[in-house]
Design a protein around this ligand. Structure first.
Ligand code: LMR
Length: 391
């Protein structure tokens, strides 16, 4: 039977890591996979995580199974950061731990499917794994344009999509730091989106994978909170892989907001069943470290300060890109006001290849760049390379 399986292409983004590693040029620039880097190009473990890990080693007295829901102390400790001062909305929100943000998106979509959701609407381009997960779950996807020509969100396309969506459809939205474009909705746009969702009854599925990397922990939650305050029910996929720097530890959570507190247990029981059949239970270590951080005010402050530093550095890079303005055929101005780890440049596949081969600049085939791959040491070389390939 196994001969029926045909060769699949490697994941393009993950393959780029290998290509970059094999390049021997000292001044190569990695703008590929979305990991934060310091101005020295490193992705260090947060000091707050190190401190929490030390405490965990001292305190943890068992590694016995926790169950498909994972570490509920972790799940609950995050909630005020995501949902605000009434984090359960009167008992209507509950969650469970997942293996990373991908596990959270997977589980949110599987729950949507189980509850009878038909088509999932999604702004494109989007994180390529979104479409891949939908395909694997055999859920129909309807795309609409996300990025307007001026580097801000195409609200007309979103309005039209939500008007066209049928009852029982869902819409998958990035809570902040849109991947791959960096184009977030403004607060006023979220107000309108929330009202449209309330009017149309389309189920919101909100992917919040970069909270704190855009404008700040509170500001980045504006859209999620606004939508949840306006609609009866929603699903939220959350990742701590970026904002706690826990990438390979795979730390995420999925939350459901039910129309009625009495429905929450039944919804979560479906999440538990789906998780049990897929991965049984999530890995513990990273989530336990996050729980220790969030339960200790000194650790929490240490983590928030580190997050502030990351955001400030990315703003510095964005300021420089924005100030570069027109570079060849490109306009870098919108990069200056976009959010999070990514922006997307209007480059052709040939130009992207030329950047890699002639200049040692590695970026996703979509033209997405990881802003944190740029430093004060390499940004001028990058801008010059862009000028050379787009001249
Ligand atoms: C990215 O988009 O670079 C990250 O979310 C990593 C991943 O899993 O694709």
């Amino acid at each position: 039977m196994l001969e029926n399986l045909t060769q699949q292409p490697p994941d393009a983004l993950l393959a780029l890591i290998k290509l970059y590693d094999a390049d021997t040029r000292a001044d190569k620039i990695d703008l590929g996979v979305g990991v934060y880097r310091t101005d020295d190009g490193a992705t260090p473990v947060f000091a707050a995580i190190k401190a929490a890990e030390r405490k965990l080693v001292e305190e943890q007295d068992s590694k016995a199974y926790l169950g498909p829901e994972g570490d509920m102390g972790f799940v609950h400790a995050l909630m005020p950061y995501i949902f605000g001062s009434d984090p359960t909305m009167g008992g209507r929100i509950e969650g469970m731990q997942t293996p990373g943000g991908t596990g959270a998106v997977r589980l949110a979509l599987a729950l949507a499917k189980r509850s009878g959701v038909g088509t999932v609407w999604m702004g494109t381009p989007s994180w390529p794994n979104h479409a891949q997960i939908l395909k694997d779950l055999d859920m129909p996807l309807q795309g609409f344009n996300h990025a307007g020509a001026d580097g801000t969100a195409d609200m007309d396309a979103l309005r039209a999509a939500l008007k066209q969506a049928a009852k029982g459809d869902a819409v998958l939205l990035h809570g902040c730091c849109h991947n791959p474009t960096g184009i977030d909705y403004t607060d006023a746009q979220w107000d309108e989106i929330a009202a449209l969702l309330a009017e149309t009854g389309v189920l919101p599925i909100l992917d919040l994978a970069y909270q704190g990397l855009g404008m700040g922990m509170e500001a980045d939650a504006y859209g999620v909170r606004k939508v949840l305050a306006s609609v009866p029910e929603a699903l939220i996929a959350y990742s701590c892989d970026k904002n706690f720097g826990l990438y390979r530890d795979r730390v995420g959570a999925v939350y459901a907001m039910a129309a009625d507190a009495g429905q929450v247990d039944a919804i979560l029981s479906n999440g538990h069943t789906l998780a049990r059949a897929a991965w049984s239970m999530p890995p513990d270590h990273g989530a336990a470290a996050v729980r220790l951080i969030l339960r200790d005010p000194a650790f929490t402050q240490m983590w928030l300060d580190e997050l502030d530093d990351m955001r400030a550095r990315m703003r510095q890079v964005r300021d420089r890109l924005g100030a570069a303005g027109k570079v060849g055929t490109l306009d870098l101005t919108p990069c200056g006001t976009q959010n999070g780890l990514f922006s997307m440049l209007a480059l052709t596949p040939e130009q992207i290849l030329k950047l890699r081969e002639d200049h040692g600049v590695y970026m996703a085939g979509s033209g997405r760049i990881n802003i944190a791959g740029l430093t004060m040491g390499n940004i001028e070389k990058f801008i010059a390379a862009l000028a050379a390939v787009t001249a």
